[in-house]
Design a protein around this ligand. Structure first.
Ligand SMILES: Cc1ncc(COP(=O)(O)O)c(C=O)c1O
Length: 408
């Protein structure tokens, strides 16, 4: 968590609210994740978690590759210094134009969400005379799933594994333009224990062995991730240190896929702890024995997707950047600055005494923070985003919003 005096200094320099990312922390988390995985495994950073170039560059320095889904993310990862062979283009939203742009930029690895997506890749790769290695994303059934993202709802991602198990070898052999290099499985985010994580990987490895047994050669297994980290709260992270041993055991059990490379993906585990959202109290109101603290931040900068009630709504922790004597205020609703009832940061919380003008910090928001929020709602300027190493600022950004008139 950011030092209070440094937080206050940054607020003075860049205004409130303010996102602060600690790049050293992102590198530490990457190291911690690599330490849990088999030696030769690769970690792909999911850029959608936080597309700030310096954050991506810190993860590159720590040895990660990247997983991206759009031309803008491609631009960001090139700016961060990644080479095309370190990039996986993923997601169900591909168009022939996007695939073409990726191939022409030198990207060779694609996760395909269906046979149609795979055949589209093969067609565009043939037309552009580029080589393409495809991973077929497979639907997960029977594995423990996560509490957000894919696992939280009925998943529509990926192809039916039966498409590879029954007659897949002939279909794969007949592919021209792209080669099926392997499979991709992602069971969901925030998988809350080492045991559950290990079960999802075991499930994926078993399926890979079956597919290889059906005559489909696999040289790459992207086993996804789901590595958990608190979102917006100061809760202790789940201890997943037990995963190391479990994964070693699973890795040793591979037979037909023993030579296949292992890839894992992560967004939140790598960058959540690097981010803090600093905010200022705008007003404190007491009404019907309840205290309402109004901040200059809320769903427009944090947890915007959750504001729609679509996904698990985290309740944030608020730590003051000032020291003030007195007992904590009980039963506080901390709310955002918009005229919208869903715009709350936490409800019925107990927080330290706060006054208008006080600065507060919300921890663990380095992943799915600003760019996963409703930044264009109400037209307020998005907060600046500051990247730091220790107490040195290395880069500052501001996300652009607002309508740009286009030609009729
Ligand atoms: C396919 C895929 N990989 C990786 C991730 C990153 O997940 P997390 O940030 O929970 O690690 C996601 C998140 O939705 C995803 O859909």
């Amino acid at each position: 968590m950011i030092a209070r005096s440094f937080g206050r200094e940054l607020l003075e320099r860049y205004g409130s609210p303010l996102y602060v990312y600690d790049l050293d922390e992102a590198e530490r988390q990457a190291k911690a994740l690599f330490d849990l995985l088999p030696k030769s495994a690769q970690v792909l950073y999911s850029v959608k978690a936080n597309p700030i170039p310096e954050v991506c560059a810190a993860l590159k320095a720590a040895g990660c590759r990247v997983e991206i889904a759009s031309p803008l993310e491609l631009k960001v990862v090139f700016e961060a210094g990644f080479t095309p062979d370190q990039i996986l283009c993923s997601g169900p939203g591909k168009t022939a134009g996007l695939v073409r742009e990726m191939l022409l930029a030198g990207v060779t690895h694609f996760s395909c969400d269906s046979w149609y997506d795979l055949e589209r890749l093969a067609g565009v790769a043939s037309a552009t005379k580029k080589s393409a290695d495809a991973l077929l994303r497979l639907q997960v059934s029977g594995a423990p799933t996560g509490s957000v993202g894919v696992g939280a709802m009925q998943s529509h991602f990926g192809a039916d594994p039966a498409e590879l198990l029954n007659g897949g070898a002939a279909r794969v052999g007949a592919l021209r333009g792209a080669e099926l290099a392997g499979i991709h499985i992602y069971s969901g985010g925030q998988i809350q224990s080492a045991d559950k994580l290990a079960s999802t990987f075991e499930h994926a490895i078993r399926l890979a062995e079956e597919i290889a047994g059906a005559g489909v050669p696999l040289r790459l297994l992207d086993l996804g991730g789901g590595f958990p980290w608190p979102f917006g709260t100061s809760d202790n992270p789940v201890d997943i240190s037990g995963l190391r041993e479990k994964l070693q055991r699973l890795n040793a059990q591979r037979r037909l896929t023993a030579g296949a490379k292992l890839w894992f993906e992560s967004g939140r585990y790598l960058v959540a702890s690097s981010g803090t959202l600093l905010s200022t109290v705008l007003d404190v109101k007491v009404w019907h024995e309840k205290t309402h603290i109004i901040l200059d931040t809320g769903m427009i900068h944090l947890g915007g997707m959750a504001g729609l009630g679509r996904i698990y709504r985290a309740v944030a922790s608020i730590a003051p950047l000032v020291e003030r004597d007195g007992a904590a205020i009980q039963s506080v609703d901390v709310v955002g600055p918009t005229d919208y009832a869903l715009d709350y940061v936490t409800r019925d919380a107990s927080v330290s005494p706060l006054k208008p003008g006080d600065a507060v910090a919300i921890p663990n928001v380095g992943a799915y923070g600003l760019t996963a929020s409703l930044v264009a709602f109400t037209g307020s300027q998005p907060p600046a985003e500051v990247c730091c190493r220790g107490n040195s600022v290395v880069a500052v950004y501001r996300l652009r919003t607002g309508h740009e008139r286009i030609r009729t």
